[in-house]
Design a protein around this ligand. Structure first.
Ligand SMILES: Cc1ncc(C[n+]2csc(CCOP(=O)(O)OP(=O)(O)O)c2C)c(N)n1
Length: 582
């Protein structure tokens, strides 16, 4: 039987089918649905961990204990988990460990574009790359087998297009292998698992030797193969780019490399001998291209295709035409360009608590170091109320650094509740320990909203929706030693302003928890207010809160009652009292 599955559903199914019993992740687009789907299978343990490093350590622990394990993350998540990846490559494991890592070419939902194939080389960790959902399912099994055969974690690389597109998957009703009858017994082996320098020095040659064995494996594994075609042109490709290239160069000879690290040099040379010209079609970095060049093979790649962004069949085709590799196809029918569509910039939802908080921050004129979450949208007009954003958890350290540099502006750090628990705890410790006086504002909507409402340690529920202990940010920061901590609903604008002023005037480090539940999770809707056109002077002040139901008409503002959720923020900000609660 065949079933349409997204790449992420297929990764989850593959993990279940191939006996993964423990999986851990922190959400991040485009990888989040892998764990969310996996958690629905029977007889498995899945957890949302507070961050990717913790998740990978959990998976490593399970694999040390002889249980097949998986950790899934987005590309930047591997930056957070890299320390753990590197040690796990040294220690090896007792059972298979697969890390499914999804890159985001074109940064659909990310702060940077990075090609995590580089991590495979950097960490000396094998990597394989599926090109569709069927391969996604199968490759999880392949990775687990490789992991056990070579005693190393194996990374399976995805990209947004693969993770989120649906293609057919062979689906059986067969379940995974039956669970072991006895609980796993931990085999103590400190020489292998305690990476003090003396042991690590013994493990490094093992890693190097293993890489050689893996390179030999790459030569013969069915993951890498030549598809014969015209000898005039040879295409080297992997992952989703392979399908684009297949469409554009139907007659060429292909080298499909599903194992992208280590690479099969003999197979590559064999392929190179068969063709007159070699072109590498790969998104992002010239990873394969550089390897071939290092082997002394003449090859084209980034001289034809861009290093930036995401590929598509039409992009590959137009680059190939420009480079004279193929004839220009007949002109396609004219499509309406993007510019003809109405612009819909992303905006905070009507009723979002972040909006009320950032309205207050803007009114106070404070410098805001921001973080990553829905609230990052506050940087954009008309709010214009966030002045830095880098990566998750960066807001607090950056604010502390600005403060220590001697800047006289009032500075606050703002981050969400999920982000705080991901990577905000250590920087608040730093501020306290190093006598900073930064005010940290946790904009707490009781959700990991931006990535799809995954539970986190503050929500009181596990990934399966079971009740869990709540990690209360207030108790946490008080426990660390913060004495100045206040909680306020940002919709109470007057109180919020008062608390903010008080914290900014204080000489001690402090925390404000701006708490308002996410409107998308509560679905709370009140009666929309009304604008009295007789009173409205069209000053535009209400429009500055950036709420989509507020529409400017010729001589007054109108409220689109379908969109409005009746939060009443516009009522509070209107200086004319022209917006009236009903
Ligand atoms: C290292 C890393 N992991 C994951 C992500 C994806 N991501 C961005 S923001 C975010 C959490 C957002 O939740 P929260 O801080 O509570 O803010 P909200 O969106 O609810 O306002 C996640 C998971 C990321 N950008 N970087």
């Amino acid at each position: 039987m065949k079933k349409l599955m997204t790449g992420n559903e297929a990764f989850a199914y593959g993990a279940y089918l191939h006996g993964v019993r423990v999986a851990a992740a922190y959400p991040g687009t485009p990888s989040s649905e892998i764990l969310a789907n996996y958690a629905n299978y029977p007889g498995v343990f899945a957890e949302w961990s507070p961050n990717e490093k913790v998740a990978l350590d959990v998976a490593i622990g399970a694999a040390y204990a002889g249980t097949r394990a998986m950790s899934t993350l987005k590309h930047v998540g591997l930056n957070v988990a890299a320390d753990s990846l590197f040690y796990a490559v040294y220690t090896g494991l007792k059972a298979g460990l697969v890390i499914v890592c999804a890159d985001d070419p074109n940064m659909h939902s990310s702060q940077n574009e990075q090609d995590n194939r580089n991590y495979a080389k950097f960490a000396k960790c094998p990597m394989i790359e599926p090109s569709d959902s069927e391969e996604a399912k199968q490759f999880v099994g392949v990775a687990l087998d490789m992991s056990e055969q070579f005693d190393t974690p194996v990374i399976v690389r995805s990209v947004t297009r693969l993770s989120h597109s649906s293609t057919p998957v062979n689906y059986t009703d067969e379940g995974p292998p039956p669970p072991p009858e006895e609980p796993p017994a931990y085999e103590r082996d400190p020489q292998k698992f305690v990476m003090v320098p003396a042991n690590a020095r013994r493990r490094h040659p093992v890693v190097e030797e293993r890489l050689k064995e893996l390179a030999e494996f790459a030569e013969t594994t069915p993951l890498n193969y030549i598809e014969p075609g015209s000898s005039k042109l040879g295409i080297v490709s992997a992952g989703v780019s392979y399908h684009y290239a297949r469409e554009v160069f139907p007659d060429a000879t292909f080298l499909k490399l599903c194992m992208v690290y280590p690479l099969p040099e003999k197979l590559i040379r064999e392929f190179a001998d068969q063709v007159e010209k070699i072109v590498v079609v790969e998104e992002l970095d010239p990873f394969l291209e550089e390897h071939l060049k290092l082997m002394g093979i003449e090859v084209h790649g980034k001289d034809i295709f861009p290093i930036l962004g995401e590929f598509s069949p039409s992009l590959v085709r137009s680059c190939a035409v420009k480079a004279g590799l193929i004839e220009a196809p007949p002109a396609p029918p004219e499509l309406k360009s993007d510019l003809d569509r109405p612009m819909r910039p992303p905006m905070l939802c009507p009723g979002c608590g972040h909006r009320a908080l950032f309205h207050v921050l803007r009114e106070e004129g404070v410098l805001v170091t921001g973080d990553i979450g829905c609230y990052t949208l506050a940087f954009a007009p008309p709010l214009n109320a966030m002045h830095t954003t880098g990566c998750m958890g960066a807001s607090i350290g950056v604010a502390h650094g600005i403060d220590k540099a001697g800047v006289k502006d009032d500075v606050v750090a703002v981050l969400g509740d999920s982000t705080f628990l991901h990577s905000g705890v250590h920087p608040v410790i730093d501020v306290l320990y190093n006598q900073g006086n930064t005010t940290t504002i946790i904009s707490d909507n009781n959700a990991t909203a931006m990535t799809g409402f995954q539970e986190h340690p503050g929500t009181g529920k596990t990934i399966q929706g079971h009740p869990a202990k709540v990690v209360d940010p207030e108790k946490l920061v008080r426990g660390i030693g913060y004495e100045k901590v206040d909680i306020c609903d940002p919709y109470d604008i007057d109180k919020m302003e008062k608390i903010l002023k008080d914290h900014l005037n204080s000489k001690e480090p402090s925390v404000i928890i701006a708490r308002h539940p996410c409107v998308l999770s509560t679905r709370e809707k009140h009666t929309p207010p009304e604008v009295d056109p007789e009173i409205c002077i069209n000053c535009g002040i209400c429009l500055d809160i950036g709420c989509s139901p507020l529409v400017q008409e010729e001589d007054h503002v109108r409220i689109d009652t379908l969109l409005c959720n009746g939060c009443g923020l516009c009522v509070k900000v209107c200086p004319q009292e022209a917006i009236i609660e009903r």
